[in-house]
Design a binder for this molecule. Structure first.
Ligand code: PTT
Ligand code: SF4
Length: 609
């Protein structure tokens, strides 16, 4: 095999055992890498119904055939496991030197099973693999953890680590890397913590085997130049994902006061232009020439990364109108290793619960000091933090049925930063995202606003599926960053050429989309199996707030989602994917995708149509 290393590193922390698995070409061709490898491994190997925080869950760290090559924005990897937040499939994508080092160490993935008795970290240097004591690191934040590991192993390493939130099993703890990146929203950091695994350190020194190295380098040079010449390049470099903030306010999709509204009265104090003025540095993932990490000072003079999602959820969604204060909350989330999106949603939900008298704690909208206190309590599960560390769905179940309508999650994952009162296509995207309400698979909102927001038409379903194939299928399995394409219009055809030069295998974009469909069907099967067949379309339906409570402010006051219209979109979606009215793939769909063995297993839990 060329392009792929053909090896998966297997670690059993309970048995203190390391093995190397050589996998065959069929796995590579059917699932490509990244998310594809992750779901195949989790489906095949996890005991159904396993407790996500038990040693029997597996943590998968997976790169793809383009990861780490001299190609634009290729320093990314996927982290995945059964999610302790949702009980279904969970993953995240993060930019990290660990991605490049993993591939250069000669592996395409690491699978970690079992749990250590005492805190450990994994050290991988090509063939040398050691499970080392992390007793001196346990209890540290992610910034100090990285610092200490670099002091010990030198700067030329890749690190994935968790902070105190992962150690304390906060259900939305993330994995962090390179002092800037965070990934694994559905609690993949907590899975790492449950294994007493503080960090993974990788140093790779080998060449990645390539089918046509000269062609690949040539394509890489052309591609980097092409990206730099794109019309939107300069603005992107200045504002990155924060560029969308002004647009979200104008279009009334900025999450505000726990997704009650889509406009924030103080939005102009915390938008991309304000961020740009405060910006002190730019940061990015490896191999990227369009680096989008905007570093801003916080209230303590530290630097925090201001991505749109972070500012959307920890700003307007909790009524906070000061960018430095928002930066402080982001810095704390990064240090403790907590997902900023779920965190902002949990705090917003708590503020609303306090306003409505459903909890004793007094937490006012926009109260920065109280928000700081909550972040710390969540990370250490102190006092009310123990409940808040469980995520919005569980908190709502605990405090009472009347909070269910405004518990802003789908499948247990808190919603990322786009209000959907008046965006049915985006609501469908959130509803059908394979990890719960995340925008990564189908960010259709900008297209939807151009074509018309009132329509509940089939073209919206087609767009969601098209994006899911490209973003959730292709990019998550080749494992490179999707932003050159979606933000700068870098053509998708490049990726088929990259893949050919790297692996020698000719796969058209359509072939890659079929792989995406296979991954989607398998992820759906995983959810249904983990829910013991108790599955229905409510799992794909957004919270009642968007259907029942119209916007009261801004240009679209009075707008709300139409329930029947949404259900029509969902039915079309199922039909196009070859799934039945419950959202369960037909037997024939599994067979067409080469997943007959999945259908056979799934029939133990649910009758397939
Ligand atoms: C991603 C999610 C996002 S999506 C953001 S901001 W974004 C939040 N960032 C967090 C953070 O920071 N700190 C923290 N403690 N928690 C955070 N949670 C949130 O996590 C991310 C970039 C971004 S920035 C986006 S959109 C793109 N996402 C990609 C993707 O999913 N796949 C892909 N092939 N390419 C992508 N490119 C872009 O990468 P999750 P990262 Mg992240 C400080 O991980 O779980 O997927 O959640 O990965 O390396 O930080 O890069 O406006
Ligand atoms: Fe990372 Fe941003 Fe570059 Fe993508 S565009 S690789 S997220 S720095």
């Amino acid at each position: 095999m060329k392009g792929w290393n053909g090896k998966i590193l297997r670690i059993d922390l309970s048995a203190n055992k390391v093995t190397v698995q050589e996998y065959d070409e069929k796995l590579a061709l059917d699932f490509i890498g990244g998310r594809g490898f992750a779901i195949k491994i989790l489906w095949d190997e996890l005991e159904p119904g396993v407790d996500p925080l038990s040693p029997k869950n597996k943590l998968v760290v997976a790169a793809g055939p383009l990861t780490g090559l001299p190609l634009p924005s290729s320093g990314k990897l996927v982290v995945a496991a059964k999610s302790p937040l949702t009980g279904g499939y969970g993953d995240g994508n993060l930019g990290s030197m660990a991605a490049n080092h993993l591939r250069r160490a000669g592996y395409d993935a690491i699978v970690i099973d079992g749990a250590a008795e005492k805190p450990v970290y994994l050290y991988v240097e090509d063939e040398k693999v050691e499970i080392l004591s992390a007793e001196d690191l346990w209890g540290l934040g992610t910034f100090d953890t990285e610092k200490k590991l670099k002091e010990k192993h030198g700067k030329n390493i890749g690190i994935l680590s968790i902070g105190q939130a992962g150690e304390n099993l906060v259900r939305y703890a993330v994995i962090r890397s390179q002092e800037g990146r965070a990934g694994g929203r559905p609690g993949i950091g907590a899975v790492m913590g449950s294994k007493k695994l503080k960090a993974i350190v990788i140093k790779g020194t080998k060449e990645i085997p390539l089918a046509d190295p000269e062609e690949l380098r040539k394509l890489g040079r052309e591609a980097y130049n092409d990206i730099k010449g794109r019309p939107n390049y300069d603005f992107w470099i200045r504002q990155g994902t924060m560029a969308v903030h002004v647009w979200c306010q104008e279009n009334s999709v900025l999450p505000t006061y726990n997704f009650r509204e889509g406009v924030f009265e103080y939005a102009d104090k915390i938008n991309g232009d304000v961020m740009e003025k405060l910006k002190v540095a730019r940061y990015g993932c490896p191999n990227c020439n369009m680096q989008c990490g905007n570093m801003n000072p916080d209230t303590e003079g530290r630097q925090a990364e201001m991505d749109y999602e972070n500012v959307g959820l920890l700003g307007s969604n909790i009524g906070l109108a000061d960018l430095k204060q928002i930066a402080t909350l982001i810095w704390m989330a990064d240090n403790y290793g907590i997902d900023t999106i779920s965190l902002g949603s949990v705090i917003g939900f708590t503020m609303e619960a306090s306003e409505k008298g459903l909890i004793d704690e007094k937490v006012e909208w926009g109260d920065f000091e109280k928000a700081k206190e909550l972040v710390e309590k969540i990370a250490f599960r102190k006092g009310i933090g123990d409940l808040l560390a469980e995520g919005v769905k569980r908190i709502s179940e605990k405090i009472g049925e009347e909070s269910k309508d405004w518990a802003m999650h789908i499948k247990g994952l808190e919603i990322s930063a786009y209000d959907c009162h008046y965006a049915p296509g985006m609501a469908l995207s959130f509803g059908t995202s394979p990890i719960g309400a995340h925008h990564k698979d189908a960010w259709v909102i900008s297209w939807e606003i151009k074509v018309g927001r009132d329509a509940y038409t089939k073209d919206k379903v087609d767009k969601v599926i098209e994006f899911q194939r490209i973003r959730g299928g292709m990019f998550e399995s080749l494992v490179t960053c999707r932003l050159p394409w979606i933000e700068l219009g870098f053509e998708l055809e490049w990726y088929a050429k990259f893949l050919k030069a790297a692996t020698g295998v000719t796969l058209t974009l359509n072939d890659l989309y079929t792989v995406g469909d296979r991954i989607y069907a398998l992820i759906r099967a995983f959810w249904i199996r983990e829910y013991e067949g108790k599955w229905n379309r409510n799992m794909d339906t957004p919270p009642a707030r968007w259907f029942k409570e119209p916007l009261t402010k801004g240009p679209f006051a009075g707008k709300k989602l139409d329930f029947d219209g949404f259900q029509k979109l969902l039915s079309w979606y199922y039909e196009s994917r070859g799934w039945d009215e419950r959202g369960i793939p037909h037997k024939e769909t599994f067979e067409k995708l080469g997943l007959s063995y999945v259908a056979t297993e799934l029939e133990k839990y649910v009758k397939l149509s």
